[in-house]
Design a protein around this ligand. Structure first.
Ligand SMILES: Cc1cc2nc3c(=O)[nH]c(=O)nc-3n(C[C@H](O)[C@H](O)[C@H](O)COP(=O)(O)OP(=O)(O)OC[C@H]3O[C@@H](n4cnc5c(N)ncnc54)[C@H](O)[C@@H]3O)c2cc1C
Ligand code: FES
Length: 352
């Protein structure tokens, strides 16, 4: 985070924050729409401070008994004669299981004096790991690693957040909304999906969705924080029939010069959508931070699998690396790691 910029909450800079492995117990696992589940974990132990934009790595298979003792295969102890192939009969090894942890943005957090910390994620079932998560029941144990990555930041002089969450990019917006309210920021949310049954939100009883794309207090995750939302679907089955970027563009065009000057766009979602949001932000002269959900393996800067191209001249965190304005091989970009340099980057620094 550049010097002088305000932090979200009282958490320390994620670059220096402690992270760890945590045993968690499933408290809630409920479908929030077709294909998406809201999962709440209760943690044993104290989770270090977290900030919106950060993520956790979830072990999407039964946790190792005793933290992974010798002979402990995928959550169950197996008798293994030296020189012989193991006889594996456990349910866990007879079906596909995710070997690597899977990354999920934090969608919310609460700390209580009695029952400790809970954290939430919202996940879409797309493959082996998320299908396993969808089957979890209250009381099941899960192994988590985190908090990981950097976070959104609130630039000084700004005070209006435009939260743009497309599809599975919504969860970090829920957590960011929680942090904006105490920081005294105003906000408007933009929520979009292909169809109404893929909108991963709870509907509020406060107000109806506006079919013409006007912001209303229609979403339960935002309404108590006084954050109105513009809802768009590609097929018009709920809200404005349009892409999420159309809803955003209408709003940007209608902003007063004063509001435009204090606005920042925060976005997460499919890459094409974030690119379009970044272009709109540039056209309208509004700052924009993107949360890149690049496919990841280790999630902590070791495997180099999550590279993104960043123009160091446009991100003040990296400007000192290239005082001449180009990299050694003459290219105006460098590879950065979405997991440890990101996932949040200045939208104008991303080479799309
Ligand atoms: C920092 C970060 C935060 C994330 N936050 C969330 C979240 O809040 N909610 C959520 O539902 N998902 C989130 N994701 C994506 C999530 O990690 C993947 O959907 C998950 O790993 C898929 O695991 P799986 O075993 O179910 O699917 P797999 O069996 O591994 O893959 C199924 C299909 O999904 C594709 N896929 C896997 N990961 C990604 C990815 N990152 N981007 C695009 N396609 C992918 C694969 O190529 C494959 O086609 C996040 C990813 C990152 C990097
Ligand atoms: S996921 Fe391994 S380096 Fe980023």
């Amino acid at each position: 985070m550049p010097a002088g910029q305000s932090q979200l909450g009282s958490a320390p800079d994620p670059a220096t924050a402690i992270r760890g492995r945590f045993d968690a117990v499933v408290e809630i696992n409920r479908p929030i729409c077709r294909e998406h589940y809201l999962l709440r974990f209760r943690l044993a132990g104290v989770l270090p401070p977290t900030r919106p934009g950060q993520f956790i790595q979830v072990l999407c298979r039964p946790p190792m008994a005793g933290g992974g003792a010798p002979g402990d295969i995928l959550g169950a102890v197996c008798e293994w004669e030296l020189g012989q192939a193991p006889h594996l009969t456990q349910r866990e090894v007879l079906r596909p299981l995710a070997l690597l942890r899977r990354p999920f943005s934090l969608a919310g957090r609460g700390d209580g004096p009695d029952q400790g910390t809970w954290i939430e994620i919202v996940h879409r079932v797309v493959g082996t790991g998320t299908a396993w998560l969808a089957e979890l029941k209250p009381g099941d144990r899960v192994d988590l690693l985190g908090p990981l990555g950097n976070a959104f930041h609130l630039p000084p002089g700004k005070s209006l957040a435009l939260l743009v969450g497309g599809g599975v990019g919504l969860p970090p917006m829920f957590y960011l909304a929680q942090a904006l309210h105490p920081a005294g920021w105003d906000a408007v949310a933009f929520v979009g999906a292909m169809t109404a049954d893929l909108l991963a939100v709870d509907w509020s009883s406060n107000a109806a969705v506006d079919p013409h794309g006007q912001p209303t207090l229609c979403i339960a995750q935002f309404a108590p924080l006084n954050i109105p939302a513009v809802v768009t679907t590609n097929d018009g089955s709920r809200g404005l029939r349009a892409l999420i970027t159309t809803g955003l563009e209408h709003h940007l065009k209608a902003l007063s010069p004063g509001d435009a000057a204090r606005a920042v766009i925060f976005t997460c979602g499919p890459e094409k959508m974030m690119h379009a949001v970044a272009q709109l932000a540039q056209t309208h002269g509004v700052d924009c931070q993107v949360c890149l959900e690049q496919a990841m393996a280790c999630g902590m800067g070791t495997c180099q699998s999550c590279i993104v191209k960043i123009d160091p001249r446009k991100d003040e965190r990296f400007r000192h690396e290239d005082p001449q304005g180009t990299t050694r091989d003459g290219r105006p970009w460098r590879y950065k790691l979405a997991c440890s340099d990101g996932p949040v980057f200045d939208a104008q620094a991303v080479v799309w």
